[in-house]
Design a protein around this ligand. Sequence first.
Ligand code: ATP
Ligand code: MG
Length: 146
Amino acid sequence: MFNRILLAIDGSPHAREALKYARDLALLDGAQVILVHAFEQVRTYLGEPQEGQVVARRVASGYEVADDAAKELQDAGLEVVVEVLEGPAADAILRVADVRECDLIVMGSRGHGTVTSLLLGSVSHRVLAHTQTPVMIVRAAGKATG
Ligand code: ATP
Ligand code: MG
């Protein structure tokens, strides 16, 4: 049913749970997994002396998050494409889903955010609000919210 599954990860328990669903669905369907991780915008540092360092650090830690997840998927036998992009995260996810013609987006209900009263975080909320692609929202076990 699915050819290209976009998995959005931020390193949170919810996203790790989402990975399991993306992995199992991709294995069932022989689908490719497009792994997306967005690092925080660096725009505020534009032109400042430390800009290069800040960008390099954020890209490197972005790849750490993405590469761990990619390895887990590859070890399961899946074909994985890694996209580490500058945020905002929802824009990066929406853009990749569009450009790569993904037929499913899998993501966590929440992430690292600290406001636990909301059912959905701002990234999952924004993706749901703006995409035509089916979305699977996964919540980590034992976490009613947050
Ligand atoms: P908020 O960020 O609004 O404080 P939150 O962190 O609890 O809330 P979200 O950020 O919306 O919740 O996270 C929901 C899901 O969105 C995550 O489980 C993950 O799948 C995806 N996501 C969040 N941030 C990123 C990111 N930087 N890159 C890729 N995917 C992300
Ligand atoms: Mg978040």
